[in-house]
Design a binder for this molecule. Structure first.
Ligand SMILES: *Cc1c(COP(=O)(O)O)cnc(C)c1O
Length: 360
């Protein structure tokens, strides 16, 4: 052996292995993992510059999880708990990413997965994922909120484990993203921006940061939660009956953890705001310009930051800011391809291609 070779790094075994001792999970929990978590915190200095500059900006790219969204962090915990107590089937309502994640972790554990999705409103990559992992996919002629009410009822009547984020173990698993950010930066950032749909994630981040502050004195961020204008119950102060937005992952009119989201914003001296679909899509494009392609909902946190800076309500100078990008762009290819001009077709000849490529 060459003595100069670096030591083997410790193999990574997923978020329960790394942070399980900090999570409130029952004794019977039996780890089911796809090695989720450990996602990159990517510096985006050029984007920060275009937002005024003078501050540090990082993207926590949660689209790098095994099924392409942060849902995997909570799902490993929820499925591990369900398996440990002998569940044979799991159920969830989903705008798409929870469905794909539940289906994958159920498959990993050898459980049946049933997912209820609102008809016609689920992005192609998410629906395909749920089918590929072998879930029973049921569409309902109703909203996500209707689907959630139904799966709660079903899980109360039958021995089927509910794995939506009202399941407390989902929140426990999702806290690990806050732990990772503190571990990577050495302390909590000054601000954290993220999209808010059913409000499980903002609840989990706030719980995670508070726990780390109590344990390690790592500080607390202010939290900027961002909803889409057409689905902004927490900004309006009342449920939205027919939520509408291109950001389908946050197309939710009655967030299950709405109270906790408002509490996280208040306790952290942050806020919850709404941005338009145009602002969301513009930020999706700017992120892609940095080489980071996220689904529309995932761009909402940063769109909110840009919105507040432009309105003069937020002065980022000297701050360290983390934006959570919750899911991968591959989940929702249609949002890109439906507006694009199809690439033109040319004969396979060098002179023609040179002409095309060098034209301007
Ligand atoms: C689920 C999801 C959200 C919203 O998270 P909540 O916990 O429901 O607030 C945002 N973005 C993506 C990509 C999601 O999958």
């Amino acid at each position: 052996m060459n003595a100069d070779l670096p030591q083997q790094p410790t193999p990574y075994h997923g978020v329960l292995h790394r942070y399980g001792h900090l999570l409130d999970l029952p004794e019977h929990t039996r780890p089911i993992t796809l090695l989720e978590g450990d996602t990159h915190l990517i510096p985006v200095p050029r984007l920060a510059e275009t937002l005024g500059g003078g501050f540090e900006l990082f993207v926590k790219f949660e689209g790098l999880n095994p099924t392409g969204s942060f849902k995997d962090r909570g799902m490993t915990a929820a499925i591990s708990e369900a398996v440990g107590r002998g569940a044979k089937a799991v159920i969830c309502a989903s705008t798409g990413n929870t469905a794909a994640s539940a289906a994958a972790y159920a498959a990993r554990a050898g459980l049946k997965a049933i997912v209820l999705i609102p008809q016609g409103k689920v992005a192609a990559g998410k629906l395909a994922g749920a089918v590929a992992y072998g879930a029973q996919v049921v569409q309902i002629d109703g909203s996500f909120d209707d689907a959630l009410a139904l799966v709660v009822e079903i899980s109360n009547r039958h021995p089927i484990a509910l794995v939506n984020s009202i399941n407390p173990y989902r929140i426990e698993g999702q806290k690990t993203a806050a732990f990772e950010i503190c571990d990577t930066l050495g302390r909590a950032p000054d601000w954290l921006c993220l999209p808010v749909g059913n409000a499980g994630n903002i609840t989990a981040y706030w719980a995670g940061f508070r726990q780390y502050e109590a344990l390690h004195g790592s500080g607390l961020p202010h939290i900027l939660g961002v909803q889409a204008e057409g689905a902004a119950p927490l900004v309006l102060g009342h449920p939205v009956k027919h939520p509408e937005t291109v950001a389908t992952a946050i197309r939710i009119g009655k967030p299950a953890r709405g109270e906790q989201a408002l509490q996280a914003a208040e306790e952290s001296q942050g806020r919850i705001i709404a941005v338009s679909d145009d602002e969301i899509l513009a930020m999706q494009k700017r992120l892609a310009g940095e080489g980071i392609w996220v689904e529309p909902a995932s761009a909402a946190g940063l769109a909110g930051l840009a919105h507040e800076i432009a309105a003069g309500r937020f002065h980022p100078q000297g701050k360290r800011i983390v934006a959570v990008c919750t899911g991968h762009g591959l989940k929702d290819p249609d949002i890109i391809t439906k507006h694009m001009v199809a690439p033109q077709i040319f004969p396979p000849r060098l002179d023609v291609l040179e002409d095309v490529i060098l034209r301007d």
